[in-house]
Design a protein around this ligand. Structure first.
Ligand SMILES: Cc1cc2nc3c(=O)[nH]c(=O)nc-3n(C[C@H](O)[C@H](O)[C@H](O)COP(=O)(O)OP(=O)(O)OC[C@H]3O[C@@H](n4cnc5c(N)ncnc54)[C@H](O)[C@@H]3O)c2cc1C
Length: 246
């Protein structure tokens, strides 16, 4: 049975992504003391009290020469709410990431669905790996919104019909589409985040351009903005060196 059928029956539609930095221990100085243990041993910890601006050159050198491990001694935990198709892509990133996602077995999934905003380019041109996206017509915009919303409502009614008949949530969820929002905690470090950003965002300073789906890029952009505030020197060096993870 549903917990609250009246409340859960109303579908809502979103075009945005939620990314909240809920926990962190991450600063440019973490890179410095980890790197300087090579030459200063235990005295490298003194780096923690120094002005990180003075060590900009060292961070840039580590990034340029791809000495990657000093960028792993930090941690960021993000709460992310995004459609399931974004999470499918996200969880392909295996190294330096920990995930916990809400369960479709233990809780009734809420009817929150993705509908692209008007700014989302709808029409794909070109060949795989080199797609270009262009604006859709007004008719394509309207059709997409209407067809998606109708399909979502229909699918969620089918889900609820099964729950109301006593079918287990883990079975009934099969009818729900990948446009359904899910939520998770994702924990990473600066090195694994840079690898993710190099693949899942587009940027004029990228030495190796990638062609990510726009929706995961939206998540990546929000993560990048929050990471930049914590580790501005590392972020600047990442950009200056072609946005390739060290
Ligand atoms: C634009 C784009 C399109 C994509 N299209 C598809 C698609 O059509 N189909 C599809 O299945 N996937 C697709 N992917 C996913 C892609 O193949 C990767 O799984 C994903 O980007 C994660 O990258 P990663 O493996 O480098 O990251 P991580 O899993 O985080 O790994 C990080 C690094 O660790 C090393 N590593 C990790 N595991 C191994 C291993 N088993 N053996 C050796 N080295 C390892 C590699 O150096 C790797 O780069 C796409 C990704 C992008 C960005």
């Amino acid at each position: 049975m549903t917990d609250n059928p009246a409340e859960s029956a109303t579908a809502s539609f979103r075009s945005d992504m939620t990314v909240e930095l809920v926990k962190h221990s991450a600063a440019d100085s973490d890179v410095l003391w980890a790197a300087r243990v090579s030459t200063a041993g235990e005295q490298s910890l003194e780096e923690l009290t120094k002005d990180p601006e003075r060590s900009k050159g060292l961070i840039n050198y580590l990034m340029r020469d791809r000495h990657g491990s000093p960028f792993e001694h930090n941690s960021m935990t993000f709460f992310i709410s995004a459609p399931i198709f974004v999470f499918r892509e996200f969880m392909r990133h295996r190294v330096g990431w920990s995930y916990n996602e809400e369960s479709g077995r233990y809780r009734e999934l809420q009817p929150v669905f993705y509908v692209p905003a008007e700014s989302r380019k709808l029409v794909q041109q070109g060949r795989p790996g080199k797609y270009r996206f262009v604006e859709g017509t007004q008719a394509q915009q309207e059709l997409t919104g209407k067809v998606m919303e109708d399909a979502y409502v229909h699918a969620y009614e089918a889900y609820q019909e099964m729950l109301d008949a006593g079918v287990a949530r883990e079975v009934a969820r099969s009818v729900l589409p990948v446009g359904l929002y899910s939520s998770m905690y994702a924990t990473c470090n600066a090195r694994s985040l840079m690898h993710f950003l190099g693949l899942r965002t587009q940027h004029e300073q990228a030495a190796v351009p990638s062609f990510p789906q726009r929706e995961i890029e939206m998540v990546g952009e929000l993560m990048e903005a929050q990471w930049t505030a914590l580790m501005p020197l590392t972020h600047a060096a990442f950009n200056a060196n072609g946005r390739v993870a060290p």
